[in-house]
Design a protein around this ligand. Structure first.
Ligand code: PLP
Length: 419
């Protein structure tokens, strides 16, 4: 253990953490007179220079609207925009670019599926199953459609370690179950869920299933064909890309059946006042001028993360998770919330009765950025009987030294508040 945690040892020979950090200009800035220690990666990741450059270059040299123009720039913007879609398709291993819908992010992707796929299939008395550890983005859209259709939501429970009790799906599913939606990795607990099992159980019962991949694509590769999920959604900003762009993967057979989510330009082939013919996939779901620069930036971000290599990324993040867990759990008055056996590099914790916001504020004074609060997972907080937690979430560009700074800042906070 000690040797692994020796800070002078780089986890893999071809992983140069110093060089990687230089790719992210923001990581060298100061905050409150201290070097920034950015441990809020589950909220949003930082952006490498290549992504910043591609955004600037787009607006400086290539800006134009897509699909509708015949001039040079429009053609160029369209090509870049569609090339980015191909990158996402390959990244998720979807069968075709028809299955990749640009959305604002995970939230919009789930709302699209809720309204376009599930709502038309839902009748009074039906039910949709989600888990107790869902982000509000994977709760409220289902509540909205269930309220409208007089349907119900059923909940897959978790245990005290924050693990999903996936077997309980067998008992929850009945003939009225129309859809299942489960998070891949919990943003507040770090738990990596057994989604393979959830998908298998769903399909044995002929129920389509969506996987919320907001926290998973940045921690490991995803193969939607292998998973065989019906829908998968993620946000670009959590994987080194810009905000306001993400992707919804859906099996082509479902997307073909679904009505458009929004109406407007680009999602049509022909409009008359009598009848409108919708565009082909994926454009049927992309009304209006899209986030062109965001899509191009996301494509570059995916290239960047893949160039780091998932093996390197895993090794570094697991090292950080182990080290931070070991350090924080040794501090008297600190309790880690979420101790699943299979975890991503997210450590949520409470410090005695100190309010999470106070913890966050104290850490901020030391330059340490963590998220404090309920993390948009209030049912999880209720389950653990806490109003909120402080959450340190690590990316491949974080270091063991930063964990030490977090540890010192936590100890300082305890001294200030508890004497
Ligand atoms: N699902 C999970 C698990 C998340 O962590 C988040 C954001 O933190 C979301 C959904 C919503 O993502 P976005 O706000 O990018 O739409």
């Amino acid at each position: 253990m000690h040797q692994v945690l020796n800070k002078n040892i780089s986890p893999l020979k071809n992983f140069d953490i110093k060089k990687i950090r230089e790719d992210f200009p923001i990581l060298s800035r100061m905050v409150n007179g201290k070097p920034l220690v950015y441990l809020d990666n589950a909220a949003t990741s930082q952006k490498p220079q290549v992504v910043i450059d591609v955004l600037q270059n787009y607006y400086q040299n290539e800006n134009s609207n897509v699909h509708r123009g015949v001039h040079f720039l429009s053609d160029r913007a369209t090509n870049l925009y569609e090339e980015a879609r191909e990158k996402i398709q390959k990244f998720l291993n979807a069968k075709s670019t028809k299955e990749i819908i640009y959305v604002r992010g995970t939230t919009e992707g789930i709302n699209l599926v809720a309204n376009s796929f599930v709502k038309p299939r839902l009748n009074e008395g039906d039910n949709i199953i989600v888990s107790l550890m869902e982000h509000h983005a994977n709760v409220v859209p289902w509540q909205l459609v269930c309220d409208e259709k007089k349907a119900k939501i059923k909940i897959i429970p978790i245990n005290k370690k924050g693990e999903l009790l996936v077997d309980s799906l067998h008992g929850l599913i009945d003939e009225k179950t129309k859809f299942i939606s489960v998070v891949h990795i919990s943003n507040s607990l770090g738990t990596i869920n057994p989604i393979n099992e959830a998908i298998e159980i769903a399909h044995k019962n002929n129920i389509p299933i969506l996987i919320d991949g907001a926290q998973s694509v940045c921690h490991g590769s995803v193969d939607v064909q292998k998973l065989d999920c019906d829908f998968f959604v993620f946000s670009g900003h959590k994987i080194c890309g810009p905000t306001g762009i993400g992707a919804l993967y859906g099996k082509e057979k479902w997307l073909e059946e679904m009505p458009p989510y929004q109406g407007g330009g680009d999602m049509i082939l022909q409009v008359t006042f009598e009848k409108t013919i919708y565009n082909d996939l994926p454009y049927k779901f992309e009304a209006g001028t899209p986030n062109i620069s965001g899509a191009i930036g996301l494509g570059t971000a995916l290239d960047y993360v893949q160039s780091i290599g998932y093996e390197n990324l895993h090794t570094q993040e697991n090292l950080l998770l182990k080290y931070a867990t070991e350090k924080l759990s040794k501090i008297d008055k600190v309790q880690i919330i979420g101790t699943a056996d299979n975890k991503a590099s997210i450590v949520s914790f409470v410090m005695a009765d100190i309010h999470a916001h106070d913890v966050g504020t104290i850490l901020d004074q030391e330059g340490v950025a963590v998220r404090a609060g309920h993390h948009c997972t209030q049912p999880v907080m209720d389950y653990f009987g806490v109003p909120g937690t402080a959450r340190a979430s690590f990316s491949f560009y974080n270091t063991l030294e930063e964990v030490d700074i977090l540890e010192d800042a936590v100890k300082k906070g305890i001294k200030i508040f508890l004497g």
